[in-house]
Ligand binder design. Structure first.
Ligand SMILES: Cc1ncc(COP(=O)(O)O)c(C=O)c1O
Length: 392
C-alpha cells in the first residue's frame, strides 16, 4: 500500500495519541536497516525505542519464532510452560533476582513491581506502608499507577484522580530523598539512567544513599530497568555499573527482541505473591518466552553486552571528536546516548531522517540515540559523518 493511503487510513481510524508521526512506513528490516514502502533504506539508530537490541530480522530469533509458531503460541498460565520456566531460570542466573514474573510490557512489569512492594508490607501486617518515592522527570509507563509513579505532570493532569500515593523528589538530591522517607513509604523506585526525559544518569552517591536508606528502614529498592536493562548501558543491567543491587527490578523493551514481554524480577525475601495475588493471561506465553530465550542466546554468542560498552565508548569519542560548537554535552552509557545541542533538535533530526538515519529527540535540544547492540565501528563512522554534515 502507498504511504499516503496508509496515512489517511491511520488519520481516519486510529486514535491520535501519536500526533503527526514521521511520514514513513517500514515493510521490512535487516540488521541495522529498515526498508520503507518506497524502497528507501534507513539506518535505525533508535532501535524501536531500545527494543531491537539485535537489530532487525535476526536469524536466530526468526528461526526460534518459526519453530515455536509451528508448535504452540499460547496455552495460558493454567498450565506449566517450558519456555517460561527456562527463561525464569536464565534471568535469575544472570541477575541478582531469585524469581521472576512475566508481563507484556514495561508499564505492566512496573505495575507488578509496585503491587509486589505493597503486598510485601501488607502480608507483614504493615499495610500502612503503601507509598512509593519516585523521581521527578522519571518515566515508568502509561497505566494509571505508572503514570502516577512517573514524575512528569504533563502525563498526569488529565487523569486525576490517580492511584497513589507517590512522592516525587528531585533526582540526585540526597537531602530531598532523606526528607521524603516517612513511616508510610514501602519503596523507592527509580531508573538508574532516566531515559525518556533526556538520558540523565543518577550518581553513584545518590544510588548508594538510596540503597542505604532502604536497608536501614527495611523498605524496598526497585529499579525500573525497562530501558537500561538487557545490555543497553554496556552492562547486562544498569545497576551493575554501580555495584548496587535492587530488591526488585523490571525489564521489558529489548527482552523479547521485538516480541512484547516484560518481567518483574525480585529477591526471594520480598516475593510476597501467593496464588491469586497477581496474574496475567498472556504474560510469559510460549512464544514471548521463546523470543526472549533466543535474544539471550545471541547476547551470549555475540558478546553483545561487551559490544554495547565498546561501541558506546567509540560512538561518544567520535561525537566528541566532531568538536561541533552545536554540541554542548554528551550524556549516557553504553549505547544509551543523549546529545545536547544548542540548536533545535527537530530540525537536525529531520535532516538526519532525510539522509536515511532514524534518531529520536527529547524536548527542544536533546538528540537521543539507541542503536542496536550489534552495531559496528563502520556503522558508527557512517552516522558520525552524516551528523557532522547535518550540524555544519
Ligand atoms: C524506563 C521505562 N519504564 C517503563 C516504560 C514503559 O514501557 P512500555 O511502553 O513497554 O509500557 C518505558 C518506556 O519507554 C521506560 O523507558
Amino acid at each position: 500500500m502507498e504511504l499516503n493511503n496508509i496515512i489517511s487510513l491511520d488519520k481516519k481510524h486510529y486514535m491520535n495519541t501519536f500526533g503527526d508521526r514521521t511520514p514513513v512506513c517500514f515493510e521490512r528490516g535487516e540488521g541495522l536497516y529498515l526498508y520503507a514502502t518506497d524502497g528507501k533504506r534507513y539506518a535505525d539508530f533508535m532501535g524501536g525505542i531500545a527494543v531491537n537490541a539485535l537489530g532487525h530480522s535476526n536469524p536466530v530469533i526468526r528461526k526460534a519464532l518459526h519453530d515455536q509458531i509451528d508448535k504452540v503460541l499460547h496455552t495460558s498460565n493454567l498450565y506449566y510452560i517450558e519456555n517460561q520456566a527456562l527463561l525464569a531460570e536464565k534471568l535469575t542466573k544472570i541477575s541478582c533476582a531469585d524469581r521472576v514474573f512475566f508481563a507484556n510490557s514495561g508499564a505492566e512489569a512496573n505495575e507488578g513491581a509496585l503491587k509486589l512492594a505493597r503486598i510485601y508490607f501488607y502480608k507483614k501486617g504493615e499495610g500502612h506502608k503503601n507509598e512509593v518515592i519516585t523521581l521527578k522527570n522519571s518515566f515508568h509507563g502509561r497505566t494509571l499507577a505508572t503514570v502516577a509513579a512517573t514524575g512528569q505532570e504533563k502525563y498526569q493532569k488529565p487523569y486525576a484522580p490517580l492511584p497513589g500515593p507517590f512522592v516525587h523528589v528531585e533526582p540526585n538530591d540526597i537531602d530531598a530523598l532523606y526528607g521524603a522517607v516517612t513511616e508510610n513509604i514501602c519503596a523507592i523506585m527509580l531508573e538508574v539512567i532516566q531515559g525518556e526525559s533526556g538520558v540523565h544518569p543518577l550518581t553513584y552517591a545518590y544510588l548508594s544513599v538510596a540503597r542505604k536508606i532502604c536497608d536501614e528502614k527495611g523498605i524496598l529498592l526497585i529499579f525500573d530497568e525497562v530501558q537500561t536493562g538487557m545490555g543497553r548501558t554496556g552492562e547486562m543491567f544498569g545497576y551493575e555499573h554501580y555495584c548496587i543491587e535492587p530488591d526488585i527490578f523490571t525489564l521489558a523493551k529489548a527482552l523479547g527482541g521485538g516480541v512484547p514481554i516484560g518481567a518483574v524480577c525480585a529477591k526471594d525475601f520480598c516475593c510476597a505473591f501467593n496464588p491469586g495475588d497477581h496474574g496475567t493471561t498472556f504474560g510469559g506465553n510460549p512464544l514471548a518466552c521463546r523470543a526472549a530465550l533466543a535474544v539471550l542466546e545471541v547476547f551470549e554468542r555475540d558478546e553483545l553486552v561487551e559490544n554495547s560498552r565498546k561501541m558506546g565508548e567509540y560512538l561518544v569519542s567520535k561525537i566528541d571528536g566532531l568538536k561541533s560548537n552545536k554540541i554542548t554535552q554528551i550524556r549516557g552509557r553504553g549505547l544509551m546516548i543523549g546529545i545536547e545541542l544548542n540548536t533545535p533538535v527537530k530540525e537536525i533530526n529531520k535532516k538526519l531522517f532525510d539522509k536515511g538515519y532514524l534518531c529520536g529527540s527529547v524536548g527542544n535540544t536533546t538528540l537521543r540515540i539507541l542503536p542496536p547492540l550489534t552495531i559496528t565501528k563502520a556503522d558508527i563512522d557512517g552516522f558520525v559523518s552524516v551528523l557532522k554534515e547535518v550540524l555544519s
